[in-house]
Write a protein that binds this ligand. Sequence first.
Ligand SMILES: Nc1nc2c(ncn2[C@@H]2O[C@H](COP(=O)(O)OP(=O)(O)O)[C@@H](O)[C@H]2O)c(=O)[nH]1
Ligand SMILES: [Mg+2]
Ligand SMILES: [Zn+2]
Length: 311
Amino acid sequence: MKGLVIKNTGSWVTVRLEDGETVNCKMRGVLRLKGMRCTNPVAVGDQVQVEDKGGDAPVVGAIEPRKNYIIRRSSNLSKEFQIIAANLDQAILVATIVHPETSTTFIDRFLATAEAYQVPAVLAFNKIDLLVTEEIREYLNELKSMYERIGYPVVTLSAATGEGADTLRQLLAGKMSLLSGNSGVGKSSIINLLVPEAHVRVGDVSQTHHKGMHTTTFSELLDLPGGGAIIDTPGVKAFGTIDFERAEVAHYFPEIFRISSDCRFNNCTHTHEPGCAVLAAVENGDIAISRYTSYLSILDEDPNNKYRKPF
Ligand SMILES: Nc1nc2c(ncn2[C@@H]2O[C@H](COP(=O)(O)OP(=O)(O)O)[C@@H](O)[C@H]2O)c(=O)[nH]1
Ligand SMILES: [Mg+2]
Ligand SMILES: [Zn+2]
C-alpha cells in the first residue's frame, strides 16, 4: 500500500497510509544514494510503498521519485548523509532582527541553498513585537522590500502576540513546508501557534550538542489545521551544508544571475572584471551591498575544507 512518511527515528519509519491509518515500519539496511552513504534513505515527506510482511512489522519498500530533497552530513567530519526532508513545496526561514539577530549572510546562504535544492524559499521575520524604535522598524521594512524585489515572499510576525500569523497561515495553507532557522528565533513558538495540539517545547536552548558527539535529530511532519503540513527539524542546521562550486554561486543569487548576462565576459566572477554588469549594479544600488557581500563570502570559502554537493 502507498503512504506518506511522517516520521523517521532511524530504526522506525512512521507512514500514513492512503486510508489514513498510521503504521510503524521497519527499514531495510543502509542504502546507497548516488555513491554516498546515507543513514536514512527514507525521509519525511517521501511517498513510499509499504509491504506487509504478514505478522511481522511492515517494511518500507520502494520510494517514489522525489521532487526535491534536503540533505545534510550526519556529523561534521563524516561522509554519511541524512536526508532531512523530501518533496517540499517550500522552505521557510524564520529570522529575527533582534534577540537574536539573524545575519543577512546567514539569510542569503539559506536562500542560495534553497535555490540549489530547487525548493522555493520564504522569509518569516519573527518577534516584530520587540522592534520598538522607528529606526529598527524601518530597517525591517527595507530588508523586506529588498528581498521581495528579488522575488522572495516575506512575512513579518510575532509568535508572542499573534500579529501577522494569519499571513503566515495563508502562505502555508495546503503546502508542505520545511521550517528552518537558528536556535532561539521562535520556530517552536510558531509551531505551537499554528498547531496548538503540537505542544512543542519553547525556549529549550539546553538542547546544546555536545561538541564532537554525534547527535542525531529527526524531522517530523505536523499537519496544519487548514490543510498542508510543516516539517519541524529539531537540530536545524538542515541548510548550509551545500558546498558550492565557485562558478555556480551566482546561479543561486537570482538578481545577480539575471544581471550577469550583461557582463562582458561569460566567465565573469563579478569580482574585478572590466565590463562587469553586476559590479555596476552594486555601484548604482540595483543590487544590495549585503547580498553582494554574501555572494563574495560564499565564493571565498575554502574549497579544501569542503565536500562536494552530494547530488
Ligand atoms: N518577544 C517575543 N519572543 C518570542 C517570540 N517568539 C518566540 N519568542 C521567545 O523566544 C525564545 C525562543 O523561542 P523558541 O520558540 O523556543 O525558538 P526556537 O529555538 O527557534 O524553537 C522563547 O523564550 C520564546 O518565548 C516573539 O514573537 N516575540
Ligand atoms: Mg525549538
Ligand atoms: Zn560580472
